[in-house]
Design a protein around this ligand. Structure first.
Ligand SMILES: Nc1ncnc2c1ncn2[C@@H]1O[C@H](COP(=O)(O)OP(=O)(O)OP(=O)(O)O)[C@@H](O)[C@H]1O
Length: 271
């Protein structure tokens, strides 16, 4: 996918405001690309533009080229086919992506039957494979479970399985580990890495946490006020940042890690 000079403007009471400004980025086949930046820097608006799910009245310019088509000018019907089939989303809160009253199995198989037009039996077998792929133990039993019977990490794995059900070529993951405990986070990050290796899916990984990207993103783009201020191999961006904003993001992360460690030490000291 190539995003070329993307501009997104949203209507306000006094005209339009640009929330993404001339963003240019590429995501190669099987590549994991990070989008980093503070809250409000335009990361989500960029992914919403890719998926054609911007707020009402939004204006766009530039191009989002995916499989030889510009998604910004695609008819809603064709875009609907791209969404869910070719490009899938994973969100921060897996409970929002899962229906509380339907079993995990129903949710995965209905999604596949709707998008791939396959029969129930084949869908169930594929669902078992998928749950296995996202490392959910006893997949046949898990198919009969409801979301509330899963832990947070398991729910995110199930949401990822649903996202993968139609064999998308691009997965957009918006803060997929932010709501999870650190140890569970690590498992989900490993999962993205392994899925990329096994299926060749590309991943656009959105996060405010640069540290998360150090473990999985091949390349990283840093957003500030809707514009890309720095990009490159993740290691270069993290170890040799050039832009003051990137340096500040790295410093603030180091500070919050130190505070977390201090707090943990204080808690341990009370026992
Ligand atoms: N539905 C909306 N209507 C109007 N303005 C919006 C809407 N959603 C986001 N914005 C504005 O667009 C800008 C970019 O927001 P965006 O959600 O892309 O940031 P972000 O980097 O993803 O932040 P976060 O990590 O908080 O999601 C912000 O100034 C935000 O206030």
């Amino acid at each position: 996918m190539t995003i070329d000079a993307l501009r997104v403007s949203l209507p306000t009471s006094s005209g339009y405001v640009d929330v993404v400004r001339d963003a240019t980025l590429t995501i190669g086949e099987g590549e994991i690309v990070g989008l980093a930046g503070e809250s409000g820097s335009g990361k989500t608006m960029t992914s919403s533009a890719i998926l054609g799910i911007l707020p009402t009245g939004a204006r766009t310019s530039g191009a989002v080229t995916f499989e030889d088509r510009n998604l910004l000018t695609l008819a809603e019907r064709d875009l609907g086919h791209v969404r869910g089939n070719r490009i899938a989303m994973v969100f921060q809160d897996p409970t929002a992506a899962l229906h509380p009253l339907l079993t995990i199995g129903t949710q995965i198989t209905e999604h596949m039957r709707h998008h791939l037009g396959i029969g129930k039996k084949e869908a169930v077998e594929r669902a078992v494979d998928l749950l296995d792929q996202v490392r959910i133990a006893e997949p046949r039993k898990a198919l009969r479970s409801y979301p509330h019977q899963f832990s947070g990490g398991m729910r995110q794995r199930a949401a990822i399985a649903i996202a993968l059900a139609c064999e998308p070529r691009l997965l957009i993951a918006d803060e997929p580990t932010t709501a999870l405990d650190v140890t569970v986070q690590a498992g989900i990050l490993q999962l993205f890495d392994r899925l990329r290796d096994e299926t060749g899916v590309s991943v656009l990984f959105i996060t405010h946490d640069l540290g998360v990207l150090s473990t999985i993103a091949d390349r990283t783009y840093v957003f500030k006020d809707g514009a890309v201020v720095e990009s490159g191999e993740t290691e270069d961006v993290l170890l040799r940042p050039e832009h003051e904003y990137t340096k500040a993001l790295i410093a603030s992360r180091a500070q919050s890690l130190a505070q977390e460690r201090e707090a943990e030490a204080a808690v341990e000291g009370t026992y």
